[in-house]
Design a protein around this ligand. Structure first.
Ligand code: FMN
Length: 323
């Protein structure tokens, strides 16, 4: 399957693995890239330019295929060294960067000067158009169903994707709720040039996370995610657990007076406890409604191959047969 995204990134299949905190290590990115998609290392999980440089080098040892690095710009207690991280990306010879969160304008010039393509992840048509206007090469359009930060507009992909197709000139991938061949075909029908998956890639053999996390995804249904931090306008879709229910209770009690300090226990520093140690009630961790479509823990290669072969038979048999 050839699309503007496979051509732009030099990949075999139009499937991107979005940056994921404490999941997007070299093992994850390399597995996706080796399977023909685009794997992405999460820059801020590494934190420092030195550690990111080391992770990029490790990934290069595991794959000779293109892979990217995610740079997320969100409110943070300690601001990361973005110029240093950009330098590590450039020096490491990475050719694709996924930006996300706030406007990535500060890194567009330096990355483009180094011949790096930028795909910006955003949750609205207006932010997608802004990304296009500041020179991003592609966007990842993230619907309300997505795991992580869906923004504050609450528009699901059934509307958001065709709206993006109506407005954008640069190519985009459909992000949020993507799980299988049906997702890919539907996204292509809406005008996307591929898909971006987060949650689904966590439930794979190679994902470098604790088995408890993978099992939790298999067991979860589409009803098991919650939106937290809405009063702080930093909404995150997470899998429910004891800590999340406690957090929501605090939000209810404190109303608009709530401050980040009130929920530190439930959100700060929880990723290593969940992802590495498998302490499933340690705090809030991102998860999409797509959890309801996760029934197994295949290898990344099996997952990607099945998405592509199912997409092909849906197009050739079911859809062509309707005409
Ligand atoms: C556990 C987890 C951590 C994530 N961390 C990040 C992150 O650090 N930066 C980012 O841009 N997106 C992050 N995301 C969002 C994903 O890159 C992707 O946009 C999203 O998962 C797509 O929705 P889906 O989960 O329905 O596939 C995260 C998602 C998950 C599930």
């Amino acid at each position: 399957m050839k699309t503007r995204i496979t051509e732009m990134f030099g990949i075999k299949h139009p499937i991107v693995q979005g940056g994921m905190h404490y999941v997007g290590f070299a093992e994850m990115a390399a597995a996706v890239s080796n399977a023909g998609g685009l794997g992405i290392i999460t820059g801020l999980t590494q934190g420092t330019p030195e550690k990111l440089a080391n992770e990029i080098a490790r990934c290069k040892d595991m794959t000779d295929k293109p892979f990217g690095v995610n740079l997320t710009f969100l409110p943070a207690v300690n601001q990361p060294d973005y110029p240093g991280l950009v330098k590590a990306i450039i020096d490491g010879g990475v050719k694709i960067v996924e930006t996300a969160g706030n406007n990535p304008q500060q890194v567009v010039g330096p990355l483009h000067d180094a011949g790096i393509k930028i795909i910006h992840k955003c949750t609205s048509v207006r932010h997608s158009l802004k990304a296009q206007s500041i020179g991003c090469d592609a966007v990842s359009v993230d619907g309300f169903e997505c795991g992580g930060h869906p923004g504050e507009d609450d528009v699901t992909n059934f509307i958001l994707l065709p709206r993006a197709a109506d407005e954008l000139e640069i190519p985009f991938v459909a992000s949020g709720g993507q799980a299988d061949g049906r997702s890919l075909v539907a996204s292509l029908a809406f005008g996307a040039d591929g898909i971006n998956m987060g949650t689904r890639f966590i439930a794979t053999k190679e994902a470098p996370v604790h088995e408890n996390v993978k099992q939790a995804l298999v067991e979860a249904s589409e009803l098991d995610t919650r939106l937290v931090m809405r009063p702080l306008r930093n909404t995150e879709r997470v899998l429910t657990n004891d800590a999340v229910e406690r957090l929501l209770e605090k939000e209810k009690q404190l109303g608009s007076d709530i401050k980040f300090e009130d929920i530190v226990e439930e959100v700060a520093g929880v990723y290593p406890k969940i992802m590495s140690d498998g302490e499933m009630d340690a705090g809030a961790w991102s998860c999409g409604q797509v959890a309801g479509l996760i029934y197994d823990i295949p290898t990344v290669q099996e997952l990607v191959d099945k998405i592509m072969s199912d997409a092909e038979s849906i197009i050739r048999e079911r859809l062509a047969g309707l005409l």
